[in-house]
Design a protein around this ligand. Sequence first.
Ligand SMILES: [Zn+2]
Ligand SMILES: [Zn+2]
Length: 183
Amino acid sequence: MGHCVNIRVHDIKDKAITLAGEEQIVDYPTLLAMETSGECRFVRPLDIHLSIAREYDHIRVSGNVATAVGMGCSRCLVETVHDVVSAFTIVYSKDAGLKQDEEEVELAEEDLISVTYEGDEIDFTSEITEQVLLAIPLKPLCREDCRGLCGNCGTDLNVAECGCDRQDVNLKFNALKNFKTEK
Ligand SMILES: [Zn+2]
Ligand SMILES: [Zn+2]
C-alpha cells in the first residue's frame, strides 16, 4: 500500500476489492503523536485488511487492523506488550447534504459505523486511526494480579517486599473481606 490507505470511488465495484498490507506508524499522525508523547510504543506496523464493495447507494468496508503496543503497566510501570486488534464495518455514504435520518436509524440497528465522504476518493486513515485508538488498553496491566508499587517507598512489590506498613491498604482489604462474609 502507499503512504495513505485510500481508494478512488470510481474503482469500487459490486464485487469486493481487497486492500491489505502493512502500514507504517509515521503515516498516522495521531498514532505517531502518542508514540512521541511516550504514551505507548508501537512494536510493529499496522497490519491492515480491508474489503471494499459498493452496496446500494453506499460503500461498505469490512476490515481489521492489528498491531501491538508496548505500554507501561498502570500499577508497576513496567513495560509490557499488548496486542491491539480491531474488526469493524464502516458504511461510507456520499455527503449529498441531504437529511439521512432514515438511513441513520437503519445503520444504528446493524451497529455499523457510518461515515460520509466527499469527492472522488475515500481516505481510510482517520477511521483506521480511530479503530486502533479504541483497541489500545486504557489501564494496561503487566499481568492481572500485578501488585504494583509500594505507595510509601516505591518498591516494585512484584519483585520484593519492602517491609513498609501499608495499613491503609490492609484496612481496605479487611473491609472488603467483612463485606463478603456478611453476604
Ligand atoms: Zn505491573
Ligand atoms: Zn515500601
